[in-house]
Design a protein around this ligand. Structure first.
Ligand code: MTE
Ligand code: CO
Length: 428
């Protein structure tokens, strides 16, 4: 299914190209101002009083939970029919192409369940710490809320995000290629405090985190990571966790693959070696070209994607001032820079990162350019605070082969056509 498209695009030297792009930003501004001043003369949407200004608006809603404007009804999670055989062992995707900034609204966070959404009653919620501890403990939700709290914004990316694209182009839209990703402010209790309460034995090296859902999803976590920055979260973006995100409590494992972030968490067993459970042996390991599997790929490598323009977010104007925007993130820290290419990776220009640059959190980048209306091969490439540079797909395949599903952090190419439509392509 891979497509090799190479529309002839002038490469030019990057220096002169930068100068051209700088001067054309000003020209693009003039272009938008031009069409906007024409509109001021004749556009009835601004010259006439509209219906919504002739009568009183809808009254204040006194009880209900607020909803987005009905005009935003298409901003929803979506799934891929052939990918999920049942709704319980399913995944849906965050509409990244519709979002801006860095925070994912709660109702739009993608969901991944191995056994559906567990409907845990908060009164009956319990979290147990057992194994190599001085005092096995069982906490209620209220008990957890009495510990000192921490707030942190972290991305969660499923290891399988972009997995369908390993062998070639498959899905037309960043919602589907990159949408197993969300970025949320979590409020919760550091694991370190809970473990201090239980008293770790000197042989304590590993933690087994287990969910209360029917899959009893469980993963082994090294104690060093658990004590470093992990927590049990009970709030997301200020409100209670959504049922699909693990209500009433989940494990937060900043920068590490999503399957470690156990939802509806019910037990933390402390041990001296990993458990090698199903989800870290037959699944969530990386099958290499030589047939061997790489175990425990915890950290999410540095990655980025242009969210607009993209296949679900085509360009509606013919030419002129155009905003290119996207997301960059790394499981190893912050994003040092993002470059954008308009010619499939031959020349690169620095994008502008805007908004907070937080550890193990999404970063928002922009590149404002003057589109001449010709076809463009759009790419973004992120560099993280450790100096790691996001690889091309070819570079990644050289190291990992094509058998993999998980941990595809390669550079994505979007083909912006003359008519403004955008297609997912692969270039070699
Ligand atoms: N925890 C439990 N208990 N059950 C699950 O099925 N899925 C895991 C993880 N935690 C899962 C779980 C996987 S594979 C991912 S990617 C994340 O949760 C998804 O989190 P989200 O549904 O909040 O996006
Ligand atoms: Co996952």
């Amino acid at each position: 299914m891979s497509r090799n498209k190479k529309p002839s695009i002038e490469a030019g030297s990057s220096g002169s190209r930068r100068a051209f792009l700088r001067s054309s930003i000003a020209a693009g501004g003039a272009l938008v101002a031009g069409s906007s001043s024409a509109r001021a003369q004749s556009d009835t949407a601004i010259t006439q009083v509209q219906d919504w200004a002739r009568r009183l608006g809808k009254g204040v809603d006194r009880t209900a939970y607020g909803q987005p404007s009905p005009h935003e009804k298409d901003v929803v999670r979506r799934h891929v029919e052939w990918l999920t055989p049942s709704v319980q062992t399913a995944v849906n995707f965050t509409p990244l192409h519709e979002l801006d900034g860095i925070i994912t609204p709660n109702g739009l966070c993608f969901e991944r369940h191995h056994a559906g959404v567990a409907e845990v009653e908060p009164d009956k919620y319990r979290l147990m710490i057992n194994g190599l501890v001085e005092r096995p403990l069982v906490f209620t939700l209220d008990d957890l809320k009495r510990f000192p709290r921490r707030n942190q914004i972290n991305f969660l990316e499923c290891a399988a995000n972009t997995g369908m694209e390993w062998r070639g182009v498959q899905l037309n839209g960043c919602q589907f290629t990159h949408g197993m990703l969300h970025n949320v402010m979590y409020t919760g209790v550091p694991l370190r405090l809970l473990f201090e309460a239980a008293g770790l034995k000197t042989s304590a090296r590993w933690v087994m985190a287990e969910g209360a859902d029917a899959s009893a999803m469980n993963r082994s976590l090294p104690m060093s990571k658990a004590l470093d920055d992990c927590m049990i979260a009970f709030k997301m973006n200020g409100e209670a966790l959504r049922p699909e995100q693990g209500y009433p409590a989940r494990l937060v494992v900043p920068g590490w693959e999503g399957s470690l972030w156990v939802k509806w968490i019910r037990r933390l067993e402390i041990g001296d070696e990993p458990w090698h459970s199903r989800e870290e042996t037959s699944k969530y390991t990386d099958l290499l070209a030589n047939g061997k599997s790489r175990r425990f790929t915890w950290e999410m490598d540095c990655k980025s994607v242009i969210t607009s323009p993209s296949p679900q977010a085509p360009v509606k104007h013919k030419r002129g001032q155009t905003v290119i925007t996207g997301l960059a993130w790394s499981g190893r820290g912050t994003i040092a820079r993002v470059d954008v290419s308009l010619d499939g990776g031959r020349n690169w220009v620095a994008a502008r990162i805007d908004g907070p640059s937080l550890d193990k959190s999404l970063h928002r980048f922009y590149y404002d350019f003057d589109w001449n209306g010709e076809a463009v091969l759009l790419q973004s490439r992120a560099v993280d605070s450790s100096g790691y540079i996001q690889p091309t797909k070819a570079e990644l395949r050289q190291v990992r082969g094509t058998n993999s599903v998980y941990h595809n952090n390669s550079i994505q190419t979007w083909y912006l056509k003359k008519n403004g439509e955008v297609e997912n392509v692969e270039i070699s």
